[in-house]
Write a protein that binds this ligand. Structure first.
Ligand SMILES: [Cu+2]
Length: 172
């Protein structure tokens, strides 16, 4: 039995994306003192220091002129599925590595073709019909294909060139 254990590689990178946006509250902006309005100009001219300038911004936030809206958009993870050497051969054990990838939501999955011939990735419904969810072009040796799974579920896929090769991504 041929094994490609050295190539079993699951990369999991966790990183958070923090998005901060702000809006200006026009109703309150009328009552902003002149010295605040001139702050950017003075800062640009070097008349006031950076900490004074930041204090002015802090004042605008404290008084509700600038409204900060902080949202944690996502916590994204990454995982890999290797299409191993010999995967094309119906009589070989070259299963996808891993055959059933288990991940959390918001995980970006990258398929990597380590085989000597082209393959593709076609998502399937529970009956084995190809559906338009994640569908790669032909992947030559070394090519990659990415898809990010946002919703929980069991996602089947196969290679249309070698339909005996089926895999699953389970999103919890
Ligand atoms: Cu294939």
């Amino acid at each position: 039995m041929k094994q490609n254990s050295a190539k079993i590689l699951i990369l999991t990178t966790i990183f958070s994306i923090l998005l901060v946006s702000f809006t200006v509250n026009d109703a309150v902006a009328e009552s902003v003192p002149e010295w605040i309005k001139n702050n950017a100009l003075w800062y640009g001219q070097g008349d006031i220091s950076e900490s004074e300038f930041l204090n002015a911004i802090k004042f605008l936030i404290d008084t509700g002129v600038i409204v900060l809206d902080t949202t944690v958009v996502s916590e994204m993870m990454e995982a890999q599925i290797i299409i191993p050497n010999g995967n094309f051969d119906v009589s070989s054990s070259g299963f996808y590595l891993p055959l059933n990838l288990e991940i959390g939501t918001n995980t970006k999955v990258t398929w990597v073709n380590d085989d000597s011939v082209p393959h593709n990735i076609q998502s399937q419904d529970e009956f084995g019909n190809v559906i338009d969810l994640f569908n790669s072009p032909p992947l030559n040796t070394g090519d990659r294909f990415e898809f990010t799974f946002d919703e929980a579920g069991a996602y089947n896929y196969y290679c249309s060139f070698h339909p005996w090769r089926v895999g699953v991504v389970t999103v919890k």
